[in-house]
Design a protein around this ligand. Sequence first.
Ligand code: GLP
Length: 242
Amino acid sequence: MQLMVVKNYHELSLEAAKFILKKIRRLPTITLGLATGGTPKGTYENLVLDYERNQTSYRDITTFNLDEYVGLEPTHQNSYRCYMDNHLFNLVNINKNNVFIPNGNVSDLEKECKRYDQLIKDKGGGDLQLLGIGKNGHIGFNEPGTSFESTTHVTELTLSTREANARYFESIEQVPTHAITVGLGTIMQSKEILLLVSGESKKVALARLLSGKVDEHFPASILANHPNVTIIADEAAVSKGG
Ligand code: GLP
């Protein structure tokens, strides 16, 4: 795992966007795995700014999002579909037929998980997966204890994850209890991974990840087994001396 430490969230967002743009320019048909949450917002902002300035084209790109809440309409303001439309897809020239997000609002969730996982497999696992990390080490919505072999599946969110995401809802009761997430085994199939870590609240998680100890109770630790991972972290997320 390569670690790049930058001064603050602003720099992290610039560097992450630069990293992704370099890959898009090199491979205009790239398949990107995308993440939601607070951390990548600035990255998407910079991608959109670049699009406005330089017209980098998204026309031939395919994207797969990592996760989606169960039970929210895709048009719900807190659905990850809506997040992606608002922060990226509606603002660049991406072809919406090449945009994939699990649908958490279907009656047969198992079938949806299988369909989604197969779509990713058909694309060879993807070229670059963007990731954030939860305080408990979750990536996507793969909570502690998730099998390293897992494919796309329905997961029950932990209280700490629901509490962390309650800031986007009126109250914690409104945060869905379940989500569909791309599994850890599926994430590992991406040829390359870019993990963004920002802020003091992620310090403990980052230190644990960098220790290199691989443990199913800390989902992100699986990344130590991947041959091509870049971590961009800001100073607040990096422990002194670590
Ligand atoms: C969310 C998402 C993850 C994200 C993580 C951290 O619940 N499902 O994909 O990486 O939690 O979020 P944030 O970047 O807001 O700290």
